[in-house]
Write a protein that binds this ligand. Structure first.
Ligand SMILES: NC(=O)c1ccc[n+]([C@@H]2O[C@H](COP(=O)([O-])OP(=O)(O)OC[C@H]3O[C@@H](n4cnc5c(N)ncnc54)[C@H](O)[C@@H]3O)[C@@H](O)[C@H]2O)c1
Length: 434
């Protein structure tokens, strides 16, 4: 394997394939397609059709971002045979028991295995536990291709740091961690990524180090948010406003800036389970990480219960109560509803027979119905007993107390501000936040 894959890519003698064109795969595929020939592969033919028409099915990229790209989209495995550098960016979800579900990743490894040739490179980008690439994916590549890792083909791992909806921290301007399986492969992979990541790359010493680095970035965030969520539960019992406390404590130079809230989505609320699973296999039961997960996974139900208590405290019957929940996506200003914890608030309220209406300026009602059996209301009514602003969408930030009062049935309205963004604006409604 003496030839430089990097040289072949930039000289147009080799093509790069990206397997899985979602939030992560499509942007990286388009970036590479400005520097080299790219084959974008996805198993979802409907999505492939959209991308052929310059439409990003994840709604993150404008059609103008497809322009000037040397890329062909396909759902046909045979088209991958032309590629020599494979980037895998398929989902790594958890199952109902919160254990890693490697099906998409192993499926994609099989796909690559079918197209793999001597001298090829494979770089996994999906978030996994340390050891997954070498212990789970490479054996599939070897078995399906009949080739030998390190002798016939090289493998690396480069985790993704993009943050959907974030126009500041982009693929180009955030340092990317890369790793290889030997010095040469590390250098070839690093140079290839340097083509598209202007901020440069960090060369990790091993694949496992790169895998671990990604998983702890999200685990650290999860645990920190869990601590603040737990503090908000304690402060509620002590009648102290959490945001006032955070503002005061935040004046210290080394106090970390985290706020309470729902931790949903497919990264922070999921990735720590990959690590705890691996830790358990290695004989260690991760206490801190699991406790953090427990706290964060309970917050939607906690918010639902607190709302019920507030309505009851007004002397109202909970079975006749009607609540408006504003925001359904897993975080602000995205269309993504995967693993949205707002659904837990809705479920908890419904378990008390409360009539719940859900609105969102970005989410799709069909997707909400399909995923959770909870469709969106096109328009809010004006007879609610409580309003919960669950997601701090930009579209909500300019709303006034008068707007929220307009949604209420009477002047006993309860206002729940999950992210504390209306703290100083609400004077008359019964206000509660985390
Ligand atoms: N979205 C993020 O913000 C983000 C950030 C960092 C890391 N990650 C990680 O990146 C990986 C991909 O996440 P995503 O958000 O892009 O997922 P996604 O769900 O947006 O997209 C995945 C794409 O892969 C396709 N796919 C599924 N199985 C496939 C297979 N076997 N072969 C080919 N295509 C297949 C799907 O059709 C879909 O188009 C995950 O491991 C995730 O944890 C995501």
């Amino acid at each position: 394997m003496n030839k430089s894959i990097y040289n072949d890519l930039i000289n147009g003698e080799a093509a790069l394939a990206v397997i899985g064109l979602g939030y992560v795969g499509l942007p990286i595929a388009l970036e590479f397609a400005r520097k080299t020939k790219v084959i974008g592969f996805d198993i979802n033919e409907e999505r492939v059709e959209m991308m052929k028409n310059n439409i990003d099915p994840s709604n993150e990229l404008d059609s103008s971002e497809f322009e000037g790209c040397d890329i062909s989209f396909t759902a046909n495995i045979d088209d991958l045979k032309e590629a020599r550098f494979f980037v895998v960016a398929v989902p790594t979800p958890i199952d109902d028991a919160k254990l890693p579900n490697l099906k998409p990743l192993l499926g994609a490894s099989k796909t690559v295995g079918k197209a793999l040739k001597k001298g090829d490179y494979v770089v996994f980008e999906s978030t996994v536990y340390p050891g997954c690439t070498e212990e789970d994916c490479i054996p599939v590549l070897e078995k399906v291709s009949g080739l030998k890792w390190k002798e016939d083909f090289m493998v690396g791992y480069s985790p993704e740091r993009i943050n959907p909806g974030d126009k500041v921290h982009t693929l180009q301007n955030v340092v990317k961690v890369v790793s290889g399986c030997c010095e040469t492969s590390l250098e070839e992979i690093a140079k290839t990524y340097e083509l598209v990541v202007e901020a440069g790359v960090h060369r990790a010493s091993t694949i496992k180090v790169a895998e671990a680095a990604k998983i702890i970035e999200n685990t650290q965030r999860d645990v920190n948010i869990a601590l603040i969520n737990e503090l908000s539960i304690i402060f509620d019992k002590l009648n102290i406003n959490t945001y006032d406390v955070l503002e005061a404590a935040g004046t210290k130079w080394n106090f970390l800036n985290f706020t309470p809230g729902l931790v949903g989505g497919h990264c922070i609320g999921v990735d720590p389970y990959y690590l705890t699973h691996k830790a358990k296999q290695a004989g260690y039961h991760a206490q801190v990480i699991n406790s953090g997960r427990y706290v964060n996974d309970s917050m939607g139900f906690y918010i639902g219960k607190q709302t019920v208590k507030k309505i009851l405290a007004k002397g109202k019957s909970i079975q006749n109560a009607k609540v408006l929940v504003m925001g359904a996506t897993f975080k602000e200003d995205v269309t993504d509803i995967r693993n949205s914890k707002v659904v837990d608030i809705v479920k908890e309220l419904k378990s008390f027979q409360v009539e719940v209406h859900l609105v969102d300026p970005h989410a799709s009602s069909e997707e909400m119905e399909h995923e959770y059996g909870v469709p969106l209301k096109a328009q809010a009514d004006n007879d609610y007993d409580a309003v919960i602003v669950a997601v701090n969408h930009e579209a909500y930030k300019n709303k006034t107390e008068a707007d929220f009062k307009g949604y209420m049935k009477d002047d006993l309205g309860v206002f729940v501000d999950v992210k504390g963004i209306f703290k100083d604006k609400i004077k008359e409604l019964d206000y509660w936040s985390l």
